[in-house]
Design a protein around this ligand. Structure first.
Ligand SMILES: Cc1cc2nc3c(=O)[nH]c(=O)nc-3n(C[C@H](O)[C@H](O)[C@H](O)COP(=O)(O)O)c2cc1C
Length: 241
């Protein structure tokens, strides 16, 4: 079944080249309203968005995220943070160091961010998440003056697309949607998907690759390890108990 909302969700692709047209105040207000309308665990509302309007700070963030150029180019760049500092200010004695707080904070923040993404798409805008900010999470924290219990999870570039990339094929639904119990991987379906991904990478105009999906997951997971994150989390007050 298709409708306008499902079409918007299913046609979204990450956008890595933007027109210079600025968003209107009204558009920005609508995106924030959509973000804040996301569900929230126990209604704790433990996520915060920081809109980066200072161009020098934007340039620093782009550098911290591995010099991803579209961070400089996009008319809007927002940083999404899991945030229990508000709760800490309201009630300084509440325990906030449990692993559960980290999960709740990350879940709320991701839901808020994806609401923003879908709302942006509905306005004809494009977006790309920037997890690369966590490469230099300490520097990001300093630059944005983030206090204890605030965790910058990712940035989001927003703007009118200046490219029309193909949609990236997803895993066959049989590998991700199970009934009643977990299923072992179906290697035949996986091999078909790897072939499909090889064709996708081969045909796309930018960043062509020869690999499929499964033959690169080890490399990708190792690349994304960021071993310093646990120490950082402890310093920021997260999961110390
Ligand atoms: C939390 C998160 C962080 C991401 N970080 C980056 C990033 O730093 N740079 C980038 O170019 N894309 C980033 N992406 C985009 C993914 O690469 C992209 O969503 C994925 O390859 C699927 O492609 P699609 O969004 O076009 O469907 C990120 C996505 C998520 C969800």
């Amino acid at each position: 079944m298709q409708n306008k909302t499902i079409d918007i969700i299913c046609h979204r692709r990450s956008i890595r080249s933007y027109q210079s047209t600025a968003l209107t105040t009204e558009q920005i207000e609508s995106l924030v309203q959509a973000a804040q309308s996301a569900p929230s665990s126990n209604f704790l509302q433990c996520a915060t968005i920081i809109r980066i309007t200072d161009s020098k700070n934007r340039a620093k963030l782009a550098h911290y995220a591995g010099d991803q150029e579209y961070i400089l180019q996009a008319p809007e760049f927002w940083v999404f943070c899991a945030d229990f500092n508000r709760h800490f200010q309201i009630a300084p004695t509440i325990p906030l160091e449990k692993a559960e707080q980290l999960l709740v904070g990350c879940i709320d923040t991701a839901l808020m961010a994806q609401n923003t993404v879908i709302a942006a798409e509905s306005l004809g805008l494009g977006t790309v998440y920037i997890g690369g900010l966590r490469n230099n999470i300490e520097k990001v924290t300093q630059l944005l003056a983030l206090p204890k219990y605030v965790l910058p999870l990712f940035g989001l570039c927003i703007g009118y697309p200046d490219q029309n990339p193909d949609r990236k094929p997803r895993l066959p639904k049989e590998l991700v949607f199970f009934e009643n119990h977990y299923q072992p991987i179906n290697h035949q379906l996986l091999a078909q998907y790897d072939t499909q991904m090889r064709q996708y990478y081969d045909h796309r105009l930018t960043n062509q690759k020869t690999n499929g999906w499964s033959d690169k997951i080890v490399e990708k997971i190792i690349k994304g390890q960021r071993d310093f994150i646990l120490n950082y989390l402890h310093k920021q007050g997260w999961i110390t108990k």
